[in-house]
Design a protein around this ligand. Structure first.
Ligand code: NAD
Ligand code: UDP
Length: 712
């Protein structure tokens, strides 16, 4: 053992093995962990069924304690806080809340131990959050799974687990060994009835029994329907107690392994009977599924069967073949599949998680980063920046995530998916250094974030399209104020530099043109845009107060109208509306007479500006305008879009929204002086890329119409 660990486990049950396979799993694993010198506290919810059927109350390898409810867990907070690692098991009662509590209370890594991975994934898919919420997969430091192989990739890639590792079931070699029991059956099977396994059991055992009346068979386990016609040479045992399993396997010339359908589908999901029977020196005939050959060598350590004939061929092979299989299986289990091997794996994974928590070594991801010439990028790669992007599933945020990843950063995206979408993150989600956390920044941040060490926090979380941010103005305001405060506090806690995506809207309907950062603005604090404008103004205030008070290093970008691929067609902003309408040959909606002006910046330029501002190391530069100063009227924009698309859409005029600014154009001299930044993409080029992207989407003319109506 490299280090004595204090481990707290919150699981379904250790005290009762009645009607669950968890208790025996925990018992052998924890016993083996204790034998390696680790100190373990097992916390079990005191539920009536297990309380009435306890077959273990005072284990000598760990401390077992009961709690009544979530409030009762508080008593154990100090133990959890001082533990080196915490493990929460699948099917723990109120597991979602218990997991959250553990993450909030723990100071070390918190792992999820899934004894039921295929079941869990089915639940997540159906939206059933009995013991694990989808976002928690990304929040647990480690996902230990009874199922290995591609399922682990799925947990990491699709659900954002930072580390999904196989921790298979195993056999306790002290309990499972040949007992010398007299031979009773040529082939046995031990398992509870399950409809999905029955056809395989029928084919591999019952059909073989019918074809070989001279051989003896046994099917042991509860819940088999009464109407099954058992051949005369098949003995039925309703129950074999765990303590009698070694005798059961020792009394079998061969035993059969049949795997549940969801485990077959997932692959790499061994049943515990494989290891227990193997450890007892009982040769195994198994159904066939992907990954089995990584656990036992076919023909030398296990027999694979697809038909009754395969079964009978194995049963009729010579004694020397049988003895070779028995020895091969037992040797393999003792070499690789005992609870001591699992304890060793668990220890290694927990130590790695502890190390990751303390700060990932710079070499870890360096090999995955692409070559870049930019100085900023080189710096980022050198440091392997850990970056949080709030609002990262939105239009701008998703481009920012992609750029940061391509520059070698580790990126966590936090988003409530209110106006953003996981579709925007398709590329990012496939990247090993990316993690998605679904959360609303108005709520207290997911408890494990404050324990992460970010170097940079970008706050882009806020609906930006007028019809969308006006749909729930209170939430919009709270997002900018309360949400920004939460993120600033997080930045303070972990010493991250913080960038606020503010907006040109803080200038309101400007009386100064173009707008420099020194202009204080002209905002109607009671109008329908105020939830956004005043929210952002307040967010700026909070940010600069944090900076002034020395609580964090802050950057504020005042972003002007930006456009590009991934603008949602349902967004309601002018570029998405006009492009969608033009492509659909639908009416082009111009609000007012179209003489109001805007200045449009292409998204790639803007993202470059955000990173340049974030990475600016000098003294506090104050707010910095980021935008493209090329100004045009909405009517002119319509003309450009119609020309590029060749659309013959009619222009229709709709009422101008309340407080719609008449003119807008950034003065970007500060960005040029301080950051050396200016946009380089001409409008026509950017619009062509945007139009091509919209054109590649499935046509949804109704959506564009709907959002235009909403906007008006
Ligand atoms: P967007 O609506 O596409 O993205 C905003 C993202 O924030 C979405 O993914 C949304 O789901 C998320 N979000 C909203 N409220 C949240 C909350 N309470 N908690 C967690 N996530 C939340 O908008 P965008 O154009 O990408 O704008 C991004 C940021 O840039 C916004 O803060 C916006 O104010 C600012 N900005 C954008 C523009 C522009 O032209 N695109 C101009 C000025 C300012
Ligand atoms: N606009 C328009 N037709 C539309 C959507 C918007 O004429 O279908 C106008 C809107 O009134 C505003 C400008 O285009 O004057 C930019 O609107 P947008 O909603 O994109 O953002 P804003 O700059 O007003 O926040």
């Amino acid at each position: 053992m490299s280090r004595r660990l204090k481990i707290v486990v919150l699981g379904l049950s250790l005290s009762s093995s009645w009607g669950n396979g968890h208790a025996t799993t925990y018992r052998s694993l924890l016993k083996a962990l204790a034998a390696r010198g680790h100190e373990i506290l097992f916390l079990e919810r005191n539920v009536p069924w297990y309380a009435e059927n306890r077959d273990l109350t005072n284990p000598d390898y760990c401390w077992l304690a009961f709690y009544e409810d979530l409030a009762g867990l508080e008593r154990w907070r100090r133990e959890v806080a001082s533990a080196d690692a915490v493990i929460v098991g699948s099917f723990t009662p109120e597991g979602v809340a218990v997991g959250r509590w553990a993450m909030e209370a723990a100071s070390g890594p918190v792992a999820f131990y899934d004894i039921d991975t295929p079941v869990t994934l089915g639940k997540l898919f159906r939206g059933d959050v009995e013991y694990l919420a989808p976002e928690q997969v990304a929040q647990y430091d480690l996902y230990l799974s009874f199922t290995g192989g591609p399922t682990l990739t799925r947990l990491e890639r699709d659900y954002g687990s930072p580390a999904a590792r196989a921790l298979y079931c195993s056999a306790d070699a002290e309990i499972y060994q040949p007992t010398g029991a007299a031979r009773r059956w040529d082939l046995s099977y031990l398992g509870t009835y399950s409809p999905d396994r029955q056809p395989v059991l029928d084919r591999l055992l019952l059909q073989a029994a019918r074809a070989a009346p001279e051989l003896n068979f046994c099917v042991a386990g509860p819940q088999y329907p009464r109407d099954i016609e058992w051949p005369a040479n098949v003995e039925r045992l309703e129950h074999v107690a765990p303590a009698d399993h070694p005798d059961f396997y020792s009394a079998s010339r061969f035993t059969l392994n049949v795997t549940r359908a969801d485990m077959v589908a997932a692959g790499y999901a061994p049943s515990v009977r494989l290891f227990e029977a193997g450890a007892c020196g009982c040769p195994i005939i198994s159904d066939v599924w992907t990954g089995l050959d990584t656990l036992f060598r076919p023909e030398e350590e296990i027999v694979l069967a697809e038909t009754a004939e395969d079964t009978l061929a194995a049963l009729r092979a010579g004694d020397d073949v049988r003895a070779g299989l028995a020895e091969g299986a037992r040797r393999r289990v003792l070499d690789a599949h005992t609870s001591h091997h699992r304890a060793e794996t668990l220890e290694t994974e927990l130590l790695a998680a502890i190390e990751r928590r303390a700060g990932r070594p710079a070499s870890a991801a360096a090999s995955q980063t692409p070559v870049s010439t930019s100085e900023t990028l080189t710096t980022m790669k050198k440091k392997q920046q850990r970056v949080l992007v709030a609002g990262g599933a939105g239009f701008l945020g998703s481009h920012l995530c992609d750029r940061l990843l391509s520059e070698g950063a580790q990126v966590v995206c936090l988003d409530n998916l209110q106006t953003g979408s996981l579709d925007n993150l398709e590329r990012a989600l496939a990247h090993p250094d990316f993690e998605f956390v679904k959360a609303d920044i108005v709520d207290p941040l997911p408890s494990r974030l404050p324990r992460r060490r970010f170097d940079r926090i970008y706050n882009l979380a806020c609906a930006a399209s007028p019809p969308l941010y006006q749909a729930d103005p209170e939430h919009t305001l709270l997002t900018s104020v309360v949400g920004t405060r939460h993120l600033l506090q997080l930045a303070e806690t972990c010493g991250a530099r913080f960038l606020l995506a503010s907006t040109c809207e803080i200038y309101g309907d400007p009386e100064v043109h173009p707008q420099p950062e020194t202009y204080w603005g002209n905002v109607n604090s009671t109008g329908p845009r105020a939830c956004y404008d005043e929210g952002k103004r307040c967010a700026e205030t909070l940010s600069f107060d944090f900076d002034r008070a020395g609580r964090g290093e802050v950057r504020v970008a005042r972003i002007f109208n930006t456009y590009g691929p991934r603008l949602s067609a349902a967004d309601g902003r002018v570029v998405s509306n006009l492009v969608s309408q033009a492509l659909a040959e639908a009416d082009i909606t111009v609000f007012g007479d179209g003489s109001q002006t805007r200045s449009f910046c292409y998204v790639d330029d803007l993202v470059g500006g955000l990173i340049a501002l974030m990475e600016h190391d000098g003294p506090q530069p104050g707010p910095v305008n980021l935008g493209n100063p090329t100004e045009l009227t909405v009517r002119e924009l319509v003309e450009v879009i119609l020309a590029i698309t060749g659309s013959e859409s009619e222009v229709v005029f709709r009422p101008l929204p309340v407080d719609d600014p008449k003119r807008r154009r950034p003065d970007i001299s500060k960005a040029a002086d301080v950051l050396g930044w200016k946009p380089t993409t001409p409008l026509e080029q950017g619009l062509k890329a945007t139009i091509a992207w919209f054109d590649s989407l499935p046509a949804k003319p109704a959506e564009a119409e709907d959002s235009a109506a909403l906007s008006a």
